[in-house]
Design a protein around this ligand. Structure first.
Ligand SMILES: Nc1nc2c(ncn2[C@@H]2O[C@H](COP(=O)(O)OP(=O)(O)OP(=O)(O)O)[C@@H](O)[C@H]2O)c(=O)[nH]1
Ligand SMILES: [Mg+2]
Length: 363
């Protein structure tokens, strides 16, 4: 699972990135340095239990990959999405928007005042406008294709045209794709376009250290003003979290208590990404490795297969699945098979958190 971090210049994207990854990317004006990349392991106690059954050579945790994308340099008006990195954000499975809420006058603001709600709204609009542009270009291309298309292809092109026009009309009414009601066939088609407003979104307010004690109030206000489906909200002091992440675990724990700073930014952000962005884990286990894989809640067995390898997806025959709890109760896969808790599922099966899977495939 990859999460693309974006926001206005100097909003604290790199600072939040560092807090989440315990990384050491340099903050301050990043200039043309390119995206920072950091990987975080998602803690999962189930892996240890499965490993005791199979004694694999290694245990592999699900990972969240954070990409900290620089804001566009210069240009007119407040902008948070750089055309240069559009493909990077488009390739991410979720987006994390950072809005500046810290006041520090020593750090210049592109808008000359600090107002995270204004910035969240304008960045949200930027996502919509970017998608509208993508759809318009595709619609224009369909027009051209229709002029020379064979009768056999016309139908599909017409259907795509109608669908894209309806999505664009809703975007123009400021409804992001993730909140739109769409027909089933839209899913596979939209995968081709990597629309930004279709991705789960996490909005993080980068708050002042002094406001950390008011985190619950701030998050309640965020929920009231920004809450909507597939949007997760959090108030985090990026600066404080980065400082805490640099301490020894003991010092960190002590400081957290004295500051009322709650859980580590690392865990909190990972859990937020995982839970609230609608991720679940499926598990695979055997003599080589015991491993957790992150997928979208609602993903099918076929999508899960593709997570492991495109060959497994392409040659998909069926999936042998047993729930984690059933497997532990049975004491192993052969026993689960005997007790008939091991099921055979097809491509369209909707995966559940903790499913232990063996894919059968043919290439
Ligand atoms: N006081 C205070 N300063 C902060 C906080 N977060 C970030 N800063 C400062 O704000 C400046 C910008 O932070 P960055 O994390 O580099 O911001 P950015 O969004 O990555 O900036 P660009 O990549 O240049 O767009 C740095 O000087 C940080 O030290 C905060 O919570 N409090
Ligand atoms: Mg930066």
């Amino acid at each position: 699972m990859s999460v693309g971090i974006f926001g206005l210049p100097q909003a604290g994207k790199t600072t939040i990135f560092n807090a989440a990854t315990r990384g050491a990317a340099a903050g301050g004006r990043s200039g043309r340095a390119g995206p920072n990349l950091g990987v975080v392991k998602v803690p999962d106690a189930r892996l240890g239990v499965l490993a005791e059954m199979d004694h694999p050579k290694r245990i592999v945790h699900a990972e969240i990959e954070y990409l900290d994308v620089p804001a566009p340099a210069g240009g007119e008006g407040p902008k948070g999405i750089s055309a240069e990195y559009l493909n990077v954000l488009g390739g991410c499975e979720a987006l994390l928007m950072v809005c500046r809420a810290f006041r520090d006058p020593a750090v210049a603001h592109v808008q000359a005042s600090v107002d995270p709600y204004r910035d969240a709204a304008s960045l949200g609009l930027e996502l919509l406008l970017t998608d509208i542009g993508v759809l318009e270009r595709r619609e224009a291309r369909i027009e051209t294709q229709l002029r020379s298309a064979k009768a056999i292809d016309r139908d599909a092109l017409h259907r795509e045209q109608t669908l894209l026009a309806s999505i664009r009309a809703q975007l123009e009414d400021e409804v992001p794709v993730r909140a739109q009601k769409l027909p089933k066939e839209a899913g596979p088609l939209l995968q081709n376009f990597s629309l930004l407003s279709a991705k789960p979104l996490m909005i993080v307010f980068n708050i002042d250290e002094d406001d950390v004690g008011r985190t619950p109030e701030i998050e309640a206000e965020m929920a009231e003003r920004l809450g909507s489906p597939a949007v997760a909200l959090a108030a985090v002091s990026g600066k404080l979290e980065t400082e805490l992440a640099e301490m020894s675990p003991e010092d960190e724990a002590e400081f957290r208590v004295s500051l009322g700073a709650g859980e580590p930014g690392l865990d909190r952000t990972a859990v937020l990404c995982y839970g609230v962005l609608g991720l679940i884990a499926f598990l695979t286990t055997g003599p080589d490795e015991t491993r957790a894989w992150a997928i979208r809640d609602g993903a099918t067995a076929l999508e899960a297969a593709g997570k492991i390898h495109t060959d497994i997806q392409r040659g998909f025959i069926r999936a042998e699945i047993v729930g984690y709890d059933d497997l532990v109760r049975a004491g192993g896969l052969p026993e689960a098979r005997k007790q008939a808790t091991l099921r055979s599922e097809g491509k369209g099966y909707v995966m559940r958190d903790g499913d232990v899977v063996n894919f059968l495939f043919n290439v």
